[in-house]
Design a protein around this ligand. Structure first.
Ligand SMILES: N[C@@H](CCC(=O)N[C@@H](CS)C(=O)NCC(=O)O)C(=O)O
Length: 218
């Protein structure tokens, strides 16, 4: 029996958070084919998920939008203690989720979206995004100096959300010239991406060897 249904487009790193958490938690999710741009704009969809965005989740108990809330709910299932084994650990998991939302999501989007054609390129915004990511990576690299995972020695939702969030960056713009010096962080993400639960959802992560750059339309 499936735990619930996730509405998304394929290869959405935000939906991957819940999908990877489901693998660790040992629950099944249904992820039907979904026509983004049409199905998420219907009155029925908006009534359940008022932002009209994906991913969204439903089961017979709740409707959820916001990928971290969906992943949190999925991670609360099973015995994997993905939300931390103690209240303090749960607070640390939340700390990292907010850190990722506040310090990584925006800059990474600012870096990637012009390349993907979603927003116009702006040189100042590009340099700010690179600097902001490096600031966040400095914090993560220091946090991982004496730990295998962000919250102690077992995997939690913090690692799942970070690994999913950075996956598209590592295959495109987060090339060695930018990330090579963050040794603890690189050791850590390689550990994550080697785990079957990550591989099942993200496939093999092929790290970019050079930075994918914005190319103006010809
Ligand atoms: N903070 C939200 C962001 C969701 C989001 O930006 N979704 C995008 C796709 S990744 C979307 O649905 N875009 C279509 C739209 O806004 O109509 C989350 O993490 O779930």
């Amino acid at each position: 029996m499936t735990f619930g249904t996730v509405y998304t487009f394929p290869q959405n790193p935000r939906a991957a958070k819940a999908a990877i958490a489901a693998k660790y938690a040992g629950v099944e999710l249904s992820i039907p084919q979904f026509d983004i741009g049409t199905e998420n704009k219907t009155p029925e969809y908006i009534a359940k998920f008022p932002t009209g965005q994906v991913p969204a989740f439903e089961n017979d108990k709740t409707n959820l939008f916001e990928s971290n809330a969906i992943a949190f709910y999925v991670a609360s299932q099973g015995d994997a203690k993905l939300l931390g084994a103690t209240k303090e650990c749960t607070a640390e998991v939340l700390q990292w989720l907010f850190f990722i939302s506040n310090r990584i999501d925006g800059p990474l989007a600012q870096w990637l979206y012009p390349i993907l054609g979603f927003v116009p390129y702006n040189k100042g915004a590009y340099h700010k995004a690179v600097n902001d990511i490096k600031g966040a990576f400095t914090v993560l690299n220091a946090a991982l100096l004496h730990k295998t995972y962000l919250v102690g020695e077992s995997i939690t939702l913090a690692d799942i959300v970070l690994g999913a969030t950075l996956s598209v960056g590592f295959t495109t713009v987060l090339a060695p010239e930018h990330v090579g010096s963050y040794k603890n962080l690189m050791r850590y993400v390689k550990t994550l991406y080697a785990q079957p639960q990550f591989k099942d959802v993200l496939g093999e992560i092929v790290f970019a060897t050079s930075e994918k750059k914005y190319a103006p339309p010809s």
